[in-house]
Design a protein around this ligand. Structure first.
Ligand SMILES: NC(=O)c1ccc[n+]([C@@H]2O[C@H](COP(=O)([O-])OP(=O)(O)OC[C@H]3O[C@@H](n4cnc5c(N)ncnc54)[C@H](OP(=O)(O)O)[C@@H]3O)[C@@H](O)[C@H]2O)c1
Length: 300
């Protein structure tokens, strides 16, 4: 133990500001807990006020120390209506940084209100639709929160972030992007599209790093739509398909997001060999239908 010396690894997020869209439940909520424990200020967001207040209460109860309470905040932002998407995200970013883009000069790199990291785990209920039943409307609906949301967020966010390689945006896809299940074509298309989006954004938003976490099956509130009498058998079947014999927990996958925030080299500034290793790791794990994989495009 290093006495009163700040710990080099544990303190990497200390004092940073982390916005988590989708932070009121499941994976995003676990990332909020993890970031708090690492000393960050967290701002969680989702579409429903009651769910937001419930999540804020759960965080405050889990971390009763007042020094934690000062680092917990949240705002609602609906990412499910295409007509208001730009406007809703812009409003959220302004609330979070107490400023509007017109008031903000591009060189305000050290403004303490600016964000260091943005995590995007927002995702609405998945309506699995067989290919013959797809329509323009169903396809567009499936992509509003998971695809249009992160793209428009990434358009607006840099003006509200510290322009540094220590800053990052982390998106979410899913292991189904490489290993589709029957009738998941549209979901798979958006997941794979999100990974392509990550590669493009990593180039366009540099030096802000952009990464993407692709979880396998994780037991979260996303499963709440499955009836109680079916849930156990669904989870058992998913668990039996993994090497470790269980589905993931949100706190397992939260580690991947922590890593994406903490490693200032993880993205376009890394080495090609890291990318190759991660791809191999992804394939092995997917082959085992395992817990979570994460990807980043790395410049050669
Ligand atoms: N769990 C898994 O097994 C798994 C596997 C692979 C990929 N993923 C992906 O990982 C992401 C997170 O999943 P999760 O399991 O953590 O889900 P979750 O527990 O259901 O959390 C989803 C979050 O998104 C928010 N959200 C939903 N609709 C929204 C909207 N219209 N506007 C703003 N926020 C909205 C929810 O809050 P509100 O309802 O209050 O809006 C909630 O905070 C999703 O994209 C999911 O597809 C999950």
């Amino acid at each position: 133990m290093a006495g009163s010396m700040p710990l080099k690894y544990m303190s990497k997020l200390a004092g940073s500001r982390v916005l988590i869209l989708g932070g009121t439940s499941g994976i995003g909520f676990a990332v909020a807990e993890a970031a708090l424990e690492h000393g960050a200020t967290v701002i969680i967001s989702s579409s429903r006020e009651n769910k937001l207040q419930n999540a804020l209460s759960r965080l405050r109860e889990a971390y009763p120390d007042p020094t934690y309470h000062a680092r917990i905040n949240g705002y609602t932002c609906d990412l499910g209506t295409p007509e208001n998407l730009d406007e809703n995200i812009a409003k959220l970013l302004a609330q979070v940084t107490k400023n509007s883009p017109s008031e903000r000069a591009d060189d305000q790199r050290d403004d303490p209100a600016l964000l260091d990291h943005i995590i995007y785990t927002a995702g609405d209920a998945i309506k699995v639709t067989p290919v013959p039943d797809l329509t323009v409307d169903t396809i567009q609906r499936m992509g509003t929160v998971r695809f249009m949301g992160p793209l428009l967020l990434s358009k607006l966010a840099p003006r509200y972030m510290k322009k540094s390689s220590t800053s990052s945006i982390t998106l979410t896809s899913g292991s189904q992007s490489l290993k589709p299940m029957p009738n998941w074509t549209a979901v798979v298309a958006y997941s794979t599209g999100t990974e392509g989006m990550m590669r493009g954004l990593a180039v366009d938003l540099a030096p802000i790093r952009v990464n993407c976490v692709a979880p396998g099956a994780v037991h979260t509130e996303l499963f709440n739509d499955i009836s109680a009498d079916r849930l156990d058998s669904v989870l058992e079947s998913m668990a039996s398909a993994t090497l470790v014999g269980k589905v993931g927990k949100p706190e397992d996958v939260a580690e991947a997001y922590l890593y994406a925030m903490k490693d200032g080299f993880y993205c376009f500034s890394g080495g090609l060999e890291v990318y190759t290793l991660l791809i191999l790791c992804n394939l092995w794990r997917l082959e085992a239908k395992g817990i979570s994989v994460f990807k980043s495009l790395v410049h050669s």
